[in-house]
Design a binder for this molecule. Structure first.
Ligand code: GLY
Length: 583
């Protein structure tokens, strides 16, 4: 890091101005750094899961847009080029830092349960959860929030007209793009799910059912028309008019619940962000209905009471303490987290340093406590598998961390006929029955029970860091239940170990979520560490498992170095296609 800063300072001193090539290339000099090296840029950057989408955001930055303009462009472009999770038919969360106002906005555009949804709607005659109904039917879809979220962010905090910001996405859908290896491979892997729906088969495969190979032109004309309707009329172009008619017709024909009134009543919400501190850093993150922000701060508070750095990064002792901390957080998640508009989430208590002290005191530093012996706190002090994340920063100091999703990869696999987009299966993020795990193995109860108009509890955790009061890092990740622990490790690696952003998101990760009682280790942890953890009583496991892949998350992250002013982007190497586009 020191070397990197030194060379950056030398470049600045000699007036090094070759911006585009500088941004695109890894400097040959910094390979001598002892860390992985990030992508560098001088003026602004977008890091996302997909190359065309990162470039779409950069195009908007280069035309004078701010970070919010670029984020909205990237969000719409991902809906075209990364349909695994980029979407119009899903929802998400956007954290926005507005430098001029020194203000953070937490924009909740999570899906809402339709008015006709009810608590036991996914139980069969025997009272068991019908897994097919809750995951692969139109009943599984919540009212989509993405279009409202992106358009509202732009109207309130962007600087450019919607049509200009959406132009790259419309171009990618209408004129098409060269099929990427990443998307071709993914469509092949999910062919059965997508081809079960005639409209998805039409949208994502050739007329004879064969796959688009990498390099072939891939066009999405129906999606282009939907995007144009939004560009022309804003959110109304989606929630009303022909697109809404198509969505409601699909619901009527296929047993879904979403009505015109549900679409008209959909609203995004600006919520009070969750804030915490860790050794001089300020962490500002997403509040409920995300569970992630609360638990990131809760876990950081617990670990701040130990010398985590002194234990050594990813040593058995370090992983042990982090794992035990995770178990208590996920136990509390099962009881206390839900949509704050319906359930009184004890945010202040869960994120207080005092409560963290009581959790820390329960943790045995030598032995794993079996999950069966860990319960959510009986009371708290009184208090007054696929998703995608992108990070954007601009030269004015604005930051955006955005995570959005269809829930599963390609959502429920079903596309709205004639409209070119997939629908979410976010209703599975509710607790369909108390004590029965969802697809990510997560438990829940009353706080996250289904109610009309309610938003299902999420793990999505777009997060911003501030160092010495200055905007510093934007991060987040996909990964269902693992999102929270992935983001935790990304920020810990920066705040505790002073890793640069590329190193922080590349080193091996761990995950534990209380139930199942398994400590999941990514490849790259040593056999000695695994053995020591096993001796401490951990049920050590490596993937792939039924719930997640052999790697954890994909944390597209971005840091602005306050000393040099350089943007340092890190495209997560775990999944193909990710790209840091700066200039
Ligand atoms: N659908 C995954 C999440 O929101 O946590």
């Amino acid at each position: 890091m020191r070397l990197l800063r030194l060379f950056a300072a030398i470049f600045a001193a000699v007036g090094f101005m070759a911006t585009v090539s500088f941004a695109q290339q890894s400097s040959p000099i910094i390979v001598y750094d002892t860390q992985f090296h990030p992508t560098l840029a001088r003026n602004g950057m977008v890091v996302s899961q997909e190359t065309y989408a990162s470039k779409a955001g950069r195009e908007i930055l280069q035309r004078g847009g701010n970070a919010i303009d670029a984020a909205v462009a990237t969000g719409f472009a991902l809906a075209v080029t990364h349909p695994q999770a980029g979407n119009l038919g899903g929802g998400g969360f956007m954290m926005i830092y507005l430098k001029e106002l020194d203000r953070v906005v937490a924009l909740d555009y999570r899906e809402m349960a339709p008015a006709r949804a009810h608590r036991d709607m996914f139980l069969n005659d025997s009272g068991d959860v019908d897994k097919k109904r809750v995951r692969f039917t139109l009943k599984a879809s919540g009212v989509p929030g993405t279009v409202m979220g992106l358009t509202e962010a732009l109207t309130k905090y962007g600087t450019m007209p919607l049509a200009e910001v959406m132009a790259p996405a419309i171009r990618l859908a209408e004129e098409g793009f060269e099929m990427t290896w990443a998307l071709s491979e993914s469509l092949g892997r999910y062919a059965a799910r997508l081809k079960a729906d005639a409209e998805s088969a039409k949208n994502y495969f050739k007329a004879d059912g064969s796959i688009y190979e990498a390099g072939e032109l891939f066009r999405q004309p129906d999606l282009a028309e939907t995007l144009k309707a939004i560009a022309a009329s804003g959110a109304k172009g989606f929630y009303e008019g022909p697109v809404a008619d198509k969505l409601v017709a699909a619901m009527t024909a296929q047993g879904g619940l979403i009505t015109h009134d549900d679409l008209k009543n959909y609203h995004a919400v600006e919520r009070e962000p969750i804030s915490g501190t860790y050794r001089g850093y300020k962490v500002v993150t997403m509040p409920p209905p995300s569970s992630g922000g609360v638990h990131i701060v809760q876990m950081l508070n617990v670990m701040e009471g130990w010398d985590m750095k002194g234990l050594g990064h990813n040593s058995a002792a370090y992983i042990h303490r982090m794992t035990e901390t995770m178990k208590y957080a996920y136990a509390d998640r099962s009881k206390y987290l839900g949509d704050p508009d319906f359930f009184d989430v004890p945010v202040a208590a869960l994120t207080s340093k005092e409560y963290a002290g009581t959790v820390r005191a329960k943790i045995n530093l030598e032995k794993a406590t079996p999950s069966a012996e860990i319960a959510p706190a009986p009371s708290l002090p009184y208090e007054s598998n696929d998703t995608t994340h992108f990070s954007v920063m601009d030269s004015a100091g604005n930051m955006v961390a955005n995570t959005y999703t269809l829930n599963f990869t390609y959502g429920n696999g079903k596309s709205v006929p004639g409209a070119g987009f997939l629908l979410n299966n976010e209703m599975d993020d509710f607790s369909a029955k108390a004590g029965v795990p969802n697809a990510f193995g997560l438990l829940g109860g009353e706080a996250n029970a289904i109610e009309p108009g309610k938003r299902p509890l999420s793990s999505m955790t777009p997060t911003l860091l501030f160092k010495n009061g200055e905007p510093y890092m934007a991060t987040g990740s996909p990964g269902g239940s693992t999102i929270i622990t992935v983001v935790l490790q990304a920020v810990m690696n920066v705040m505790e170990f002073d890793m640069n952003v590329q190193t922080a998101i590349s080193v091996p990760r761990i995950h534990h979520q209380w139930y199942p009682d398994r400590l999941f280790l990514e490849p790259g942890h040593s056999i000695d560490t695994r053995r020591l953890l096993g001796q401490m009583g951990h049920q050590v496991k490596s993937g792939p498992t039924e719930a997640w892949d052999s790697v954890l998350g994909s944390a597209q992250s971005l840091i602005r170095d306050p000393e040099t002013g350089l943007f340092m982007g890190a495209a997560d190497p775990r999944r193909p296609g990710s790209y840091a586009a700066g200039y």
